[in-house]
Write a new protein. Structure first.
Length: 277
């Protein structure tokens, strides 16, 4: 049994503030260790539950945050960018039986600690086939095309609630309770590591890869906080303007859909002006 862990940082233990997740800050240095503790607890729990292999895919910012030297020696880690499937890179080779979303967060415009979807700001909402989408939901649509179930989700309490929509069978661990976008009631790393380890052990038997369903087209809609960003996004082929601050595109499957999403967010982030947004 092989497990892939997609590891994002905003939903890690103790993290509530931008500097906690911004590479290079003293707070980030400290929080890397808390983040690594969450991921390591998941690794240990999956091995407790019968996994033979665990691959961790770094999914936050520069994708160079975890402390390799602190990880359980049975795990392997995919670190750095650029990867065609980004946050769920590694799922496409036909050998992954289940995936865990560790340190995840809610989507742009939703309640949740450091809530956003790919871009820290600028995006005020994303919808996939009419349903408000978080990164968890988008990535769940991608991995479903490879027959891989989401078996564990960790983050704040709102993130676990969100996962109930896209992965109802998954184990969920809330490492903190949402108070505002920049505040949460946090539990200690010792406590959250124990919770994550126990949940991962319970999640391991859920890791059963199925024959992938035929790919379906998906319509993704994005809303920005400024009109010119919608205009900038339409430079990506297939992306149409559907409102003053909204664009949409339909992809033939989610493998294409998530890569188009990355292209749009990359173009849009280059169009954001420092002072006027
Ligand atoms: Zn994220």
């Amino acid at each position: 049994m092989k497990i892939l862990i997609s590891a994002d940082m905003e939903g890690a233990t103790g993290v509530t503030w931008p500097a906690d997740v911004l590479p290079g800050t003293p707070q980030w240095e400290r929080c890397r260790s808390l983040f690594t503790s969450d991921v390591n607890a998941a690794v240990q729990g999956f091995f407790d539950g019968g996994a033979d292999e665990v691959l961790i895919n770094e999914a936050h910012w520069t994708m160079r945050n975890l402390l390799l030297e602190e990880l359980d020696e049975r795990a392997e880690m995919l670190t750095g960018k650029h990867k065609s499937l980004s946050m769920v890179e590694g799922v496409q080779h036909g050998d992954v039986d289940g995936i865990a979303f560790v340190g995840y967060h809610t989507g742009a415009g939703a309640e949740g600690v450091l809530a956003h979807t790919y871009l820290a700001n600028s995006l005020t909402g994303v919808w996939a086939d009419g349903v408000r989408a978080s990164e968890g939901l988008l990535n769940a649509l991608v991995v479903a095309e490879f027959g891989v179930p989401v078996v564990l989700v960790t983050g704040d309490d709102r993130t676990v609630e969100d996962a109930g929509g896209y992965a109802p069978a998954a184990q969920g661990v809330a490492v903190k309770d949402y108070v505002s976008r920049y505040a949460a009631v946090c539990r200690t790393p010792a406590r959250t590591a124990a919770d994550i380890r126990a949940a991962a052990a319970k999640a391991a038997p859920l890791a059963v890869r199925t024959t992938p369903a035929p790919p379906q087209p998906h319509t993704i809609e994005l809303e920005f906080d400024a009109e010119h960003l919608a205009g900038a996004a339409t430079v990506v082929p297939g992306v149409e303007r559907v409102g003053e601050r909204r664009v949409a595109y339909t992809s033939r499957d989610m493998y294409e859909g998530i890569r188009c999403f990355k292209a749009v967010t990359t173009v849009v982030s280059a169009a954001v002006e420092e002072q006027y947004g």
